[in-house]
Design a binder for this molecule. Structure first.
Ligand SMILES: [Mg+2]
Length: 104
């Protein structure tokens, strides 16, 4: 296992081990769960239900942590890789919601 993001990520992985999820699930099954949780997030945002928004973000993170572990990586590793790719980008989001890319 690569470096974990924080102690909560390790707790979730331990929980996933104890529940048999890491032994019997797959990265694909967790990705589908992530998608389900994202639809719950969109629904909660649409309803402006702050408690359910928080709950959905948490559930999404749990599915991502377990899915990343099943895929042989960690969220920290993925986040470091993503940030290394975006950190020099100089684009910006316009008021109309369009992201304007500028080459570094
Ligand atoms: Mg949920």
């Amino acid at each position: 296992m690569a470096a974990a993001w924080n102690i909560q990520e390790l707790d979730v992985i331990r929980w996933g081990e104890e529940r048999g999820i890491l032994k019997n699930s797959t990265a694909m099954a967790q990705a589908i769960k992530t998608l389900e949780e994202v639809t719950e997030l969109i629904s909660a945002l649409h309803r402006k239900d702050a408690a359910e928004v928080k709950d959905a973000y948490g559930d999404i993170l749990v599915t991502l942590i377990l899915g990343a572990d099943l895929a042989g990586t960690t969220l920290l590793e993925c986040l470091e890789s993503a940030y290394a790719q975006i950190k020099h980008r100089k684009g910006y989001l316009r008021e109309d919601g369009v992201f304007v890319k500028e080459e570094a």
